[in-house]
Design a protein around this ligand. Structure first.
Ligand code: PAF
Length: 281
């Protein structure tokens, strides 16, 4: 497995592979890989001849008060996991390689990124779309895989790829859970023992709401679903950032054209902000 630190080397390798007729699947990550990331690598393998994983803790998607400095990193373990998962190359640049000192160009998605996480993290998605566009230009993938865990991020990336005509197919891969239902995340390690025991309530209530909607349809007043999710999570010690029921593609309220309903939540247990969501077809 190869490890590239510069954009030039990365592009050279990708172009060589493409000249040999190979399609490239890219899995963008911030490292500290877990089962969820490995499932994205598997999805990429199913859609492309070779898989390249990017590992870059992107400073521009963290606000000054967020966990950039303490974000977990373990490159040695990540590269071992990539190697055993059949990844052909890792692109792991330093910050200076990705951002010039006087960098003044940004990629902004102006609709989907305003609500949900965008409300409490106003600069976050500008950082995500900018770095993903830059990583696309470095890795030159045919296919890129994102996790459903970050449903809003996935919708924004699909919109960016459509709007900026990137010749890249986006695959959104299902969310992977711990055996007790907690959505896998690199940030789960911040939870105390008690918080870790409380947090699976998120999945339990989302799953109960899904079963209810599948059996009885969405009530005329979706707020009643939101309220029952809120009550159950708060009773288990969680503090709600948001709970929203919406159209999975537009992230707008459910309408006659909705084919997939998304219920998305962001919840604090202690200082740790956890994201989760469930899709209802
Ligand atoms: O989902 C993530 O890990 C990050 O937001 C991404 C897509 C790698 C961009 O930094």
């Amino acid at each position: 497995m190869k490890i590239f630190r510069t954009i030039r080397e990365m592009q050279k390798f990708s172009r060589q592979q493409q000249r040999m007729g190979k399609t490239i699947g890219m899995v963008p990550t911030m490292g500290y890989l877990h089962e969820g990331h490995l499932s994205l690598i598997d999805a990429a393998k199913n859609h492309a001849d070779i898989v390249i994983v990017t590992i870059f803790v992107n400073p521009t998607q963290f606000a000054p008060n967020e966990d950039l400095a303490s974000y977990p990193r373990d490159f040695k373990r990540d590269s071992q996991l990539c190697e055993t998962s059949g990844v052909v190359a890792i692109f792991a640049p330093e910050t200076e390689e990705m951002y010039a000192d006087n960098c003044t160009t940004w990629v902004n998605e102006n609709e989907l990124s305003k609500g949900l996480c965008g409300k409490s993290r106003p600069e976050h998605f500008r950082g995500v779309t900018t770095i993903v566009a830059k990583l696309f230009n470095a890795v030159l993938p045919d296919v890129a895989v994102f996790g459903q865990k970050d449903a809003q991020q996935a919708a924004i990336i699909c919109r960016m790829v459509r709007d900026l005509n990137f010749p890249i197919k986006i695959i959104v891969s299902p969310l992977i859970r711990e055996p007790d239902g907690l959505a896998m995340s690199s940030r789960n390690r911040y939870l105390s023992e008690t918080e870790r025991q409380q947090a699976p309530v998120i999945f339990q209530v989302l799953q109960a709401a899904k079963i209810d909607i599948e059996q009885h349809g969405l009530p005329n007043n979706p707020e009643s679903v939101v309220n029952s999710i809120r009550t159950a999570i708060e009773a288990s010690g969680g503090k709600i950032d948001y709970i929203q029921i919406m159209d999975n593609e537009t992230l707008k309220p459910i309408s006659a054209t909705t084919t997939e309903i998304l219920i998305a939540v962001a919840v604090f247990f202690g200082k740790t902000r956890l994201l989760d969501n469930i899709l209802i077809r």
